[in-house]
Design a binder for this molecule. Sequence first.
Ligand code: PAF
Length: 294
Amino acid sequence: MTLRPSGSPDEVRGTVKAWQAEGLTVGFVPTMGALHEGHLSLIRASVGECDRTVLSIYVNPTQFGRGEDLKRYPRRLEQDCRAAEQNGVDLVFCPTNEVMYPAGSTTYVSQDSLIDVLEGASRPGHFRGVLTVVCKLLSIVPADRAYFGQKDFQQTVVVGRMVKDLSLPVSVRVVPTVRDADGLALSSRNDHLDQQERHQASCLHRALTKALQLYRDGERNPLTVRAAMQGIIEAASLVRTDYIEIVDCETLEPVKEITDRAVVVLAVRIGQTRLIDNMPLVGTDPKTDEVDDT
Ligand code: PAF
């Protein structure tokens, strides 16, 4: 392994500040490791826009609920460091739990309303854990830009809100979802699907594409769009819907009429695995044939 990860907040913060003192811009890609093409697209976005890129790899226990997949979350540090280096990362921060949550830790970052719906309703406490760790990471890695994937849509909204509300001096960049050939959004959790489950998992993207198509054809009633999506999901025998919603891109409130501020979001269970995906309607112009389904 050539790119040696650092576990020291002081070392990482010092390096970032020294780069910035030289006039260099710094991009930050927070991850939980098990890097796939989705993460690499965040790294490439940062490398393309910034002079230096910092990657963090930390499986954050506070964003996993009881009975969730913390223990079986894949961990492959060496492989990740190699991929990071090959894709232009300059520094990897890989802290321990003791560093991130020192003994006696009692401070958390929370939010009203946004964190209690959708993923937050299905996974109580999840976003408190995400916001807390992202806030801590941004304090250790005082980057100019931080990169998040569109796949975790609600995460981008709550993190963006936190950055605004706490006046954190970082610009949040959202990078389009990377998909497999059949449209399934890349996720470390896809590794848990068996062959039949993986095959049926393509229904998520088919349902989202159907929603986009209906919108482009002029449908504005969220109930009609949801029903069409539900039909596609129900046809996949191994897939159970957790939620299908059409929400405002900032408030996350369900919309009464679909406009281009809407984002179609869904979560399903396939066997033991929970998958999420979304389709922003922002930027899709129903009057043209251009479909931007990233
Ligand atoms: O998206 C993720 O991988 C995690 O939620 C993050 C942002 C690294 C925080 O642990």
